[in-house]
Design a protein around this ligand. Structure first.
Ligand code: NDP
Length: 267
């Protein structure tokens, strides 16, 4: 019997997850279905319970439900607890288990696909929202030389940094003057509105990696980084890698991601 999975979000029509999981299933010979499901803004829990009643085995969760998913779970993995948000649900007979694969997806994209070591690197995260929160612990586990979070609203960055006792420094964009980095990750949502960030060109060292979590088009952050001599990446690889991690949790099989990333880039 085909095992059923879904991604729940609002909006959801744009989601590439059904394409990605269909490609993984074909590649690994797993008999699964995977659909995009729109949940009303006040109807996330009802949608999850509906899927469970229909025999679904699990689901991915995307904007704006990752925090609600966190609160709904009976069991949380350590990385979901650190992230404070859940993007992968596993339905078992007794409980709903929640995990967060976003951080692992980002690390795998940078380390494996781009071949760039995070260990001993000076790393900057721009933004202190949900996406940023999910990647601190996985990045710290790689033992960077330095980890800084810069955000428009300073107290949010400070609050985030304070969770990691002296391991993360917080500042405003203004505070980035006279600092430079080997890896810079844009985890703000400014790419969605084509807004440039007030960050100095001097933060980009030559050949540093400038990684925008947003995917699908060149953002002002990517354009600025490219002009400053950085190597530039978007978040498509992270998207596919976080999906691969979820697929592994559900099916116990690790799909190859490179052909799927190439397929999506071509499309
Ligand atoms: P949130 O809404 O939680 O956070 C938004 C962040 O962007 C905040 O830090 C906010 O700053 C900052 N911001 C928004 N507008 C501006 C602005 N005009 N100038 C400066 N800073 C601004 O969003 P998420 O963290 O959920 O998502 C962030 C991005 O990451 C999105 O583009 C999303 O698509 C992407 N993403 C990609 C994934 C992938 O798999 N590739 C996975 C998850 C997310 P402030 O605190 O001051 O408001």
């Amino acid at each position: 019997m085909t095992d059923k999975y879904a991604v729940i979000g609002n909006p959801i029509a744009h989601s590439k997850s059904p394409l990605i999981h269909a490609a993984f299933a074909k590649q690994t010979g797993q008999d699964i279905s995977y659909e995009a499901m729109l949940a009303p803004l006040d109807g996330f829990t009802a949608k999850v319970l509906e899927l469970i009643a229909q025999g679904y085995k699990g689901a991915n969760v995307t904007v704006p439900f990752k925090f609600e998913a966190y609160n709904l779970c009976d069991v949380l993995t350590e990385r979901a607890q650190h992230a404070g948000a859940v993007n992968t649900l596993i339905f078992t007979i007794n409980h709903i288990k929640g995990d967060n694969t976003d951080g692992a997806g980002l690390i795998r994209d940078i380390a494996s696909n781009f071949g760039i070591a995070l260990q001993d690197a000076r790393i900057l995260i721009l933004g202190a929202g949900g996406a940023a929160q999910g990647v601190f612990q996985p990045i710290l586990a790689q033992q960077p030389a330095r980890l800084v979070v810069a955000n428009r609203t300073l107290d949010k960055a400070q609050k985030m940094a304070s969770q990691f006792a002296n391991k993360v420094a917080a500042c405003t964009f203004e505070g980035l003057k006279n600092q430079s980095f080997d890896i810079i990750i844009n985890a703000t949502s400014t790419g969605l509105t084509d807004t440039a960030l007030p960050i100095p060109d001097t933060i980009f060292t030559k050949n540093c990696l400038a990684y925008d979590m947003m995917y699908g088009r060149e953002t002002p952050f990517m354009a600025q980084a490219r002009a400053a001599g950085a190597q530039v990446a978007d978040g498509l690889g992270m998207l596919v890698e976080q999906a691969a991690e979820a697929f592994y949790l559900w099916r116990g099989v690790r799909p190859q991601t490179a052909p799927v990333i190439a397929q999506l880039r071509k499309a």
